[in-house]
Each structure stands twice: as C-alpha cells, then as structure tokens.
Design a protein around this ligand. Structure first.
Ligand code: ZN
Length: 496
C-alpha cells in the first residue's frame, strides 16, 4: 500500500504541477504550492479509503436510528445520536441549533384498493405478456403486483387523511388533465397522474424536475376539477413495485383531497386497465395521515475554528431528516456523512484551516426547510459571514464533480486536473442546493457549491423503502467524502 501511494503522489504531482506552471511568472512558489496541495489531497483520498468513518457511521445512523421524518420521535432520537457521535471526535465545537418543525404523521392503516370486475383479465394480461418491469425479472417472476385487494400506496407527505371512493381516471400529461377536467369528466373521480420520467435525460435530476409538479401540486390540479382523490406515479425511471413518497402541497381556496404515491409497475397496470375502456375500475382510498402541531427539533453542527480568519465561515452539509419509507440512507444520510467525514479527514490529517470550517446537518429539508431558514436567520442576526457553502444532497454514489457559482468556478478551475485524477473533476456552472439557498438569498456574495455524484441510480431509491444502508456502496460513499474534503480544502486555501 505504501509503495503504491508514494508512486501515485509523484506522478500526480508532476502532471498537475505542469498545468499550473503555464503562463506563470512566479514558478518557484507555484511549484511549492502545487506540491503541497497535490500531496495533501492524495493524503485525504488515501485516509478516506483506508481508514474512513463515513460508512460505519452511516450504518449506525440507518440501523440504530432509522428513518428521521421531521417532527417524529425518531428524528429527535437522531438529533441526540448526532450530538453524541459528533462530540466523540473532539472537534472544536459541537452544538445544536433549535428550530420548530412541522409534524405530519402517516396513518397506521393506510389502504388503497382497486375494485374491478376485470381483475382476472388484468392477471391474464400479466401472465401472457412480457411485462417490462424489472421487479418481475428478479426473484419473483410473476408476483401479484396488485396485492390481493390492497395496493402499496403510501400517502404523500402532507396529505390530508380521509376515505374516498371513485372511478379511476388515468392521465399522462397536464394537458390531458385539463382537457378532461374542462369536460367535467373528473368530477367525483380518483385521478392517477401518470406522467413518466423521460428516459433520455442523461442527468436524471432533469427528468425529476420535469415530472415532480404532478406530485407537489397534484392535489389542487385535480381537486379544482372536482376529483375526490389522487394517485401519483412514483418519481422513478425504474419499473418496480416500490412506491416513492415525497412532499405535496395544497392551495388555498381549493379542496384538500387525499393524495398517495403508486409504484411505477402498478401505475403501468392501472393505465393498461383504464385504456381497455371496460366497466371503469373503482379506487377506494383510506388514508389515516394527519398534521399535528409543530414541534421543536434542531440542526446539528460541528466545526473547526480557522487560524487566520476565524470569523469567516465555510459551511458544508446535508439534511438530517428523511422520509419514513426507508432509512434515508442516500437521501440524505450520505450527504451528512460526506460532510462530517470531510471535517474529520482534515482534522485527522492535522490540517489547520485558515477559515472556520463548519459541518451543518440541517433538519426538515424534505417538508418545510425550517432548519435551513433558521440557520440563515441566526447567522444574519449574529453577523456571521459565510464565504462559501457546499451542499451534498444527491446520494452516496460515485463522485463526478461539483457545480459552482461563477466566482468559485473561476477560482477552482485551475485545480480541475487534480480533482479529475480521482474521477471527480467535472466542474460546472451553478451550485448549491435547497439548504444553502437561504444563505445566498440573504447575502448574494456567498459562493455556493453543490456536490455532484453519478445520478443514474438515485431515483431507484429516492423516497422509497429501498433507500436503506444495504443499497449504499462503501467505496462510492468514501470517495464522495474524499471529494468533499478536497473541495473544502481548496476553498479554504484559495478564498480570502
Ligand atoms: Zn434530500
């Protein structure tokens, strides 16, 4: 191991230094700086891969705490776990930042049922067709995807509870919805909003963005035409039987109706059934979810004080809350561990930062953003100056690079070959994320950075019961932590 590491550092140093030397007068000082930075980044990567803590702490978070829905007892258990865990590393300070968060609870007896005289036809179709659903090609070649009577349809976060029964209508676009609604054909119906992900978007977040309106605004979009309930096709490319939840909103002046997620594999079957134009199938929805009074929770923070500019802060973090269907392993346990591990790696390697480095685990990103708003508000009240803020909220997959604000992109661009040597050198314009957004709105001079891992598998598990520790790859997570640590190091070295 020792030999391989030394050899890599030398090669790396030579390659990277040459790039920086071009057009530079002060060659000696650049050589010295290049050598120092190159060797230190190699040490970061080696420490993350040889002695990393991100994977074991993510395992502890997922298995000892589990899902962390804002306002739940489990989220509070998690905040306490975080304080203990972070405190055990001897950072300069570890503290919580109290904030009130919304509290929405899923019912214990949620039930969505398909009632149809043509179920036998549906099963016949299933058995006779090579149905293009990954789940059917796995362990259970021909399961009963519709259950005996009940569908796996978790309520969307924020949905009202209630019982409704109505004929099923399936629409594949907002235009189709508006046209049927304009004809009065949604009155008293349960609508399945079935717009699928566009598979040819290479960045899967673009596919998500183009579809997610039907989940976030689905209830008012349908209720304004008299629909009584809504099912939403899960936000995923993958055809399987796992429903993906997520936040949904209502609109003042429009009835609040129950809304639930439906797995892509089931949505396709409901669509097929609907298109046969037989006697309309009925959907019965019984959701027991409810919204309770807000509850006190907290952001979790750990920091290392800067030796040169202690009052200038580089913040980096992820959100600590998650949905309740899985364990919040990728979303966003991975982001929490990337950023905690970045702070640990720099400390373990004896790095004394110029600026104060602060790891923040924001609470309530999923259904309120209260943690991020409170963080920005308190920082403004206390006159704390942020010079950069990085967010990791795209899962623990193999790191590709970073999105950066234009000022930071210009600053970091010369180091691109260095990052590329480890596979995370894709630097693109436009950084940040939901939790660092409020800092920027408050002070436009704050430079934002978004960590970008490979996106191809994120929506397989996002907000679903499959977002569990077992679906996180150790090496990919550790490389992601190394990437974040390298970026924080470069920001600390290059910013004033
Ligand atoms: Zn997230």
């Amino acid at each position: 191991m020792e030999w391989g590491f030394t050899r890599f550092s030398k090669k790396h140093f030579l390659h990277l230094s040459l790039g920086l030397l071009v057009g530079c007068w002060n060659i000696q000082s650049v050589v010295a700086q290049s050598a120092k930075d190159s060797i230190f980044m190699a040490q970061i990567v080696a420490e993350a891969l040889n002695n990393g803590h991100s994977y074991k702490q993510l395992g502890a978070l997922c298995k000892e705490v589990g899902p962390r829905l804002s306002g739940s007892d489990n989220a509070e258990k998690g905040v306490q776990w975080a304080q203990q865990m972070l405190s055990s590393y001897g950072f300069d300070s570890v503290y919580t930042q109290p904030v009130m968060v919304p509290r929405w609870e899923r019912g214990t007896e949620d039930r969505v049922t398909l009632l149809s005289q043509n179920l036998s036809e549906l099963y016949k179709y299933l058995s006779e067709n090579d149905y293009n659903c990954e789940t059917y090609n796995e362990a259970h070649p021909k399961p009963n995807p519709l259950g005996i009577y009940g569908l796996e349809c978790p309520a969307l976060g924020g949905s009202v509870g209630g019982s409704v029964l109505g004929p099923l209508v399936v629409v594949n676009s907002e235009r189709e919805l508006d046209s049927l609604g304009g004809l009065g054909q949604l009155l008293g119906r349960v609508v399945l909003l079935n717009r699928p992900f566009e598979k040819d978007f290479i960045n899967t977040f673009a596919a998500y963005s183009s579809c997610v309106t039907q989940r976030v605004n689905g209830a008012p979009l349908c209720a304004k035409y008299g629909a009584t309930g809504v099912l939403v096709r899960s936000m995923s490319h993958r055809c399987d039987l796992h429903a993906h939840t997520g936040v949904t909103h209502y609109q003042a002046g429009i009835d609040s109706i129950p809304i639930a997620a439906v797995a892509t594999g089931v949505a396709d079957l409901l669509d097929w059934l609907y298109r046969q134009q037989w006697e309309p199938a009925q959907i019965e929805m019984q959701l027991g979810c409810q919204t309770l009074p807000d509850r006190m929770s907290a952001n979790s923070i750990a920091e290392t004080r800067g030796r040169e500019f202690p009052n200038k802060i580089i913040a980096f973090g992820g959100h600590f809350d998650s949905w309740d269907e899985g364990e919040g392993a990728h979303d966003d346990g991975a982001g929490c561990m990337h950023t905690f591990e970045a702070l640990r790696l720099l400390k373990t390697l004896g790095y004394q930062p110029r600026h104060t480095l602060r790891c923040v685990w924001w609470i309530n990103e999923e259904n309120g953003l209260k943690g991020a708003l409170k963080y920005a508000e308190l920082c403004a009240n206390e006159g704390q100056q942020h010079i950069a803020a990085l967010e990791s909220d795209r899962g623990g997959f193999v790191p590709r690079g970073f999105g950066l604000d234009s000022s930071l992109l210009a600053l970091i661009k010369p180091y691109q070959p260095w990052l590329a040597a480890y596979g995370f050198g894709e630097l693109t314009l436009g950084g940040g994320g939901a939790d660092v957004g409020p800092l920027k709105r408050q002070d436009p001079s704050v430079g934002l950075v978004g960590f970008i891992p490979d996106s191809q598998r994120y929506f397989d598990v996002h907000h679903a019961e499959t977002d569990v520790f077992e679906n996180v790859n150790r090496r990919e997570l550790e490389l992601g932590a190394a990437a974040v640590a390298c970026m924080i190091y470069l920001l600390d070295q290059t910013l004033d």
